[in-house]
Design a protein around this ligand. Structure first.
Ligand code: AMP
Length: 312
């Protein structure tokens, strides 16, 4: 099933313990689209400014991503984000966010984008996410990401929007903040009780991700890497692999086995993403490279009990 993603298309400036970049292609929608492009057709919706050129579009087109709904705002500048990571990559400080063309963004989806059966609402202001959701009434699987900023300043709108999607993907800290529940499982179950999403994915950074549904709890570790270069976009890349895999399995959207495999694909593509800056690694990633790490992850996760006589 084709996938439509709406969200930021950006230039990022990033500093990590491994080095820095002043201006590189980024944005949640871009990271998502590159990852999801391994599974199905992907259409990106979002605005860019005059500074966004053919070189950037080519990165997406090379992976077969449909960029006809990337809206060029004449005279505008592309969304810009600048961040710095702590030495262990576990904390990130945002140093600058310039909304630029996003400030007056009024998403208008083409018929092709509206007709996608799978929709990803990447992290943008929840009112806009809702507007896009309403333009795709026939979507069969809709996933949403958000961030602490919107929980702080637009919680009611965010909760309303979450009520209109099938899957919520958030960092564990954001899930706790959103629900006021101290424990991850309690927080996820609270979201499930709202009657919207039937699938909650908690991103756990270096520790992987957890999937919580009414029937299942499943935790996948991150693919073990000794070094990381730049974690920017790891969450969106994970979401692209996860949602892309689901899109490639129509009719099985809520099967626990399929959701677990989707977690593996998201995890593996995200592991490649963090090995280089921005989109550099995923832009030249291949299917066989993904398959190799998925097989390795499957081997690592294998566990079978050999019962012993327990005392007591
Ligand atoms: P992640 O590392 O998965 O959280 O995503 C990082 C990406 O999100 C970067 O490429 C940024 O361009 C983008 N980003 C950062 N802040 C925002 C924001 N407030 N709204 C939309 N996108 C953002």
């Amino acid at each position: 099933m084709p996938v439509t993603v709406v969200g930021s298309i950006a230039f990022d400036a990033v500093k990590t313990a491994s080095g820095e970049r002043e201006k590189m292609l980024g944005g949640a929608a871009v990271h998502f689209a590159l990852a999801a492009s391994f599974f199905d057709e992907v259409r990106v919706v979002g605005p860019v400014g005059d500074d966004f050129g053919e070189a950037e579009l080519t990165v997406l087109r090379t992976r077969g991503v449909d960029v006809s709904d990337v809206e060029h705002v004449a005279g505008g500048r592309t969304f810009f984000w600048k961040g710095e990571y702590s030495w262990d990559f576990n904390e990130r400080e945002t140093l600058d966010t310039q909304l630029n063309v996003f400030e007056h963004f009024d998403p208008k989806l083409s018929d092709a984008s509206r007709s996608s059966e799978v929709l990803f609402l990447a992290n943008i202001v929840p009112d806009l996410q809702r507007q896009v959701r309403q333009q795709c009434p026939d979507a069969r699987f809709v996933a949403l990401d958000s961030m602490n900023l919107w929980i702080d300043i637009a919680r009611d709108s965010l909760v309303e929007t979450i009520g209109m999607v099938d899957c919520l993907i958030l960092n564990d800290g954001e899930l706790r903040q959103l629900t006021g529940q101290a424990k991850l499982v309690g927080a996820a179950r609270e979201v499930l009780s709202w009657g919207g999403p039937s699938v909650v994915v908690a991103k756990l950074g270096e520790y992987g991700a957890a999937l919580i549904t009414a029937e299942d709890y499943f935790q996948m570790p991150a693919f073990p890497l000794s070094t990381v270069v730049d974690p920017t976009g790891a969450g969106d890349t994970f979401a692209g692999g996860f949602v892309g895999y689901i899109a490639a399995h129509p009719g099985e959207e809520r099967s626990p086995e399929m959701l677990r495999r989707a977690m593996a694909y998201g995890t593996v593509i995200a592991s490649y993403n963090v090995e280089e800056f921005g989109t550099e690694r995923v832009a030249r990633l291949t299917g066989p490279e993904i398959a190799d790490r998925v097989a390795e992850l499957e081997r690592m996760m294998h566990f079978s009990d050999s019962p012993i006589q327990l005392r007591g």
